[in-house]
Design a protein around this ligand. Structure first.
Ligand code: SF4
Ligand code: SF4
Length: 70
C-alpha cells in the first residue's frame, strides 16, 4: 500500500508538530515560506510513509493530510 502526503502550505503555522509526531521521518521543516511568512514542512522520505495519519490528526491547522494511492 502506498500513501501520498499533502501539505496545504498556506494553512501552515510552522508549529512543527507534524514533523515530531511522524514515526518514520517522512517530514522535515523547510526554509520555504508560505504567503503569510510561515515556514512549512516538506516530504523528504515519501516512500517511508506508513499511512498512520499521525501528522494529519495532530496538525492544529488542518494543513496536512494523507491519501492512500493504488
Ligand atoms: S501518515 Fe504517518 S508516516 Fe505518513 S507522514 Fe504522516 S505521520 Fe508520517
Ligand atoms: S502540524 Fe500543521 S501547522 Fe504545524 S508545521 Fe505541520 S503542517 Fe504546519
Amino acid at each position: 500500500m502506498k500513501f501520498t502526503v499533502h501539505v496545504l502550505a498556506d494553512r501552515c503555522k510552522e508549529c512543527g508538530i507534524c514533523v515530531s509526531v511522524c514515526p518514520k521521518g517522512v517530514l522535515s521543516m523547510s526554509d520555504n515560506m508560505n504567503r503569510y511568512g510561515y515556514r512549512y514542512p516538506i516530504i523528504v522520505k515519501p516512500s517511508e510513509c506508513i499511512g498512520c495519519k499521525n501528522c494529519e490528526y495532530h496538525c492544529p491547522d488542518f494543513a496536512i493530510f494523507v491519501q492512500k494511492v493504488d
